[in-house]
Design a protein around this ligand. Structure first.
Ligand code: S3P
Length: 430
């Protein structure tokens, strides 16, 4: 259990946030299926990305790590070997779903297992479309882990996605890379495109058109690269929100990834009236910048389905912003939140209510009545084993007038092991 202190003097300073989680996973994966060495800088040393690293080691990969520098000795898709035991995905949905696409085209069988949260998450959304490419994945009758991936030669397909999910899309791209002809994947809504961008860097012939259509030419010669992982906007977001809602704050977050498929939180902050400025930085890869934020008063907001994919992981924070705004905000079209590390509609509503915020739970979102100050009803906040709920609570607690506590702080190690250290530094307590 951790004590959460209010930030009475605001938050100040400059912070380099940890490497992007999505990009760190993909850098290991692409490094492993390419030929030659891939050097990854500013790799996210969180538990989820370490699950990906460990999985590839058990598939015969040689991966060296010194702090946040990782060297992957790639041996191509054909270099992957049958693991001696089931691969443990830990808490990581991204590892699990992307691995399914990679392993579907091997000539061996792999079993994937995971922790109690991951074991509850839906996997049919990957296994079913993989069947269209000739893949075979056995799941429990509930469509959950453990998953048995029976490797097969794969065939090409045109597939219209039924969920807006970058994880599912990426699994299908990995399958398409191993197919017997050119494939086309059409997204339901545009989602994060890190797999596509990184594959182009490694030499794949992959085309993106009209935001939603991806064409994949199979069997490219992928060559190892140097990958500079940018700062994770999903981690920076906790401090962008903290800097906005805590009076007397001014913060700069450096080297943050500004890929437009990820920047929904910046649009939301601006629409709500946050004081935010961006200095774009030169980059050879994805867009990058330093973001400065100062405390400000907030207006309420309405968020609908098309906005959701670009801020899917930031929705708990959007709810927190709304709880501080003057008026009623509404989030709809966010039913995907129900199948994240926790049911994030339920857990956000439960935690905000402890803080005295009036929130109505909807099937696909929530309605939040914002107030400048809250009457805390229960000082014992909980992460529910979900890193982003733990960090949302820690940010909310900065605004409270008294100390609160957090149960389950260890969940935060999944994506941001240094979170509390960075928070205390910005609060001037280190
Ligand atoms: C991710 C995609 C998103 C996101 C997750 C990371 C990725 O999941 O919530 O944290 O790296 O592709 P979905 O694809 O299920 O929406």
């Amino acid at each position: 259990m951790r004590t959460l202190l209010p930030a009475k003097n605001g938050l100040h300073g400059t912070l380099m946030v940890p490497g992007d989680k999505s990009i760190s996973h993909r850098a290991i994966m692409l490094g492993a299926i390419s030929h030659g060495d891939t050097m990854i800088h500013h790799f996210l040393n969180g538990e989820d990305c370490l699950s990906t690293m460990q999985a590839f080691r058990e598939l015969g990969g040689v991966i060296e790590q010194v702090d946040d520098d990782v060297l992957v000795h790639g041996q191509g898709f054909k270099g992957l070997k049958q693991a001696r035991r089931p691969l443990n995905m830990g808490n990581s949905g991204t590892t699990t779903r992307l691995m399914m696409g990679i392993l579907a085209g091997t000539n061996f069988t792999t079993t994937l297992i995971g922790d109690s949260s991951l074991q509850r998450r839906p996997m049919k959304r990957v296994s079913q479309p993989l069947e269209v490419f000739g893949g075979e994945v056995e799941l429990t009758p509930n469509g959950t882990l453990p998953a048995k991936i029976i490797g097969h030669p794969l065939h090409h397909a045109e597939y219209h996605m039924t969920v807006a999910s970058a994880q599912v899309k990426s699994a299908l791209i990995f399958a398409a890379l191993q197919a017997d002809g050119k494939s086309t994947i059409i997204e339901k809504l545009p989602t994060r495109n890190h797999t596509e961008i990184m594959l182009q860097q490694f030499g794949a012939e992959i085309m993106m058109s009209n935001d939603r259509t991806i064409s994949v030419t199979p069997h490219p010669h992928l060559t190892g690269q140097v990958v500079e992982v940018p700062g994770d906007i999903s981690s920076a977001a906790f401090f962008l929100v903290a800097g906005t809602i805590i009076p007397n704050s001014k913060l700069t977050l450096q080297h943050v990834n500004l890929n437009p498929t990820r920047t929904g939180i910046i649009q939301v902050l601006r629409k709500m009236g946050a004081d935010l400025s961006i200095e774009e930085l030169p980059t050879k890869g994805e867009p990058l910048g330093n973001i400065t934020v100062k405390s400000s008063e907030l207006r309420p907001i309405n968020i609908g389905p098309t906005m959701i994919p670009s801020l899917i992981d930031e929705l708990p924070l959007v709810a927190l912003l709304a709880a501080c705004a003057s008026g009623q905000s509404k989030i709809t079209g966010a039913e995907e939140l129900r199948v994240k590390e926790t049911d994030r509609i339920k857990t956000v509503v439960e935690e905000l209510r402890k803080l005295g915020v009036h929130v109505k739970e909807l099937r696909d979102g929530m309605i939040i009545d914002g107030q400048p100050t809250w009457q805390v009803r229960n000082s014992q906040l909980a992460s529910h084993g979900d890193h982003r709920i733990g960090m949302m609570n820690a940010v909310a607690a900065l605004k409270a007038s008294n100390e609160l506590t957090l149960i389950g702080e260890e969940a935060i190690n999944v994506s941001y092991p240094d979170f509390f250290n960075d928070l205390e530094t910005l609060a001037g307590r280190n």
